[in-house]
Design a protein around this ligand. Sequence first.
Ligand SMILES: NC(=O)c1ccc[n+]([C@@H]2O[C@H](COP(=O)([O-])OP(=O)(O)OC[C@H]3O[C@@H](n4cnc5c(N)ncnc54)[C@H](OP(=O)(O)O)[C@@H]3O)[C@@H](O)[C@H]2O)c1
Length: 245
Amino acid sequence: MDLFSVKDKAVLITGASRGIGRALAQGFSDAGAIVYGTGSRPESVSWTEGTPIKGVAADLRSETDMKDLINQIGKDHGRLDCLINNGATTLDIPASAIKEADLENVVATNFKGVFRACQAYYKMQRKKGGNIINIASIAGLHGAFLMSVYAGTKGALIQMGNSLAVEWASSGFRVNAICPGFTETDMTASIRKNEDYSEKLKESIPMRRIAKPEEMLGAAIFLASDASSYVTGSTIVVDGGLARH
Ligand SMILES: NC(=O)c1ccc[n+]([C@@H]2O[C@H](COP(=O)([O-])OP(=O)(O)OC[C@H]3O[C@@H](n4cnc5c(N)ncnc54)[C@H](OP(=O)(O)O)[C@@H]3O)[C@@H](O)[C@H]2O)c1
């Protein structure tokens, strides 16, 4: 038995159009999983055409999109082995300049959307058990400059997952989080464009480099596989040591 196998597991990954989510979708698919990957719009997931990955549009801010998708996967496939809540949006501006609509958008995407997906998954599969992986952030553990609302949603996401881990353990659900550090994706493009700041940031990372999106895959495979069968309510930090500096 391959302890770390995800072969034939049905895995739903949100925010799979680009960045970390796309790397996870590709990695799980390469490892033999049956992958459903979402983006906010149909165009976002057009890259999955011609691949075994099933690309689906589902807006995390919608009250019904994720619920409908999860129920549809249940009908089509009979089960969903793992839900990876990766899709999110950021806001890196001074707290004093944040407008009501921006606040609502980040909370609706990063927190409410994830909660609804977890709830729909549990309701669909409470008799069979399940596995939830929330992609949080080291900003959710320690806060971060200009990221008050984003960091707040990520901290809330970690504690939401820890609470669900306790509440749903008796139904056979495991719930864990991964906290990426600074990773080379669109989300960090504007910060990386500032070369001085980017260099200072790298110096502050003990491993002296920014992560590649693919470097989040190992932790996700561990949490999605039987290798982590007794792990729930845990947070794995994948940040090159940044949070310890
Ligand atoms: N990059 C980092 O340094 C870093 C660090 C710590 C944690 N993280 C976390 O890692 C995860 C992935 O980040 P990333 O850097 O890969 O982000 P990214 O490149 O900005 O991609 C964000 C993904 O989320 C999707 N998304 C955004 N709003 C959505 C909505 N309303 N409905 C559905 N999907 C939506 C996007 O879909 P569309 O393409 O359709 O917009 C896209 O697939 C996030 O949870 C992020 O908070 C990232």
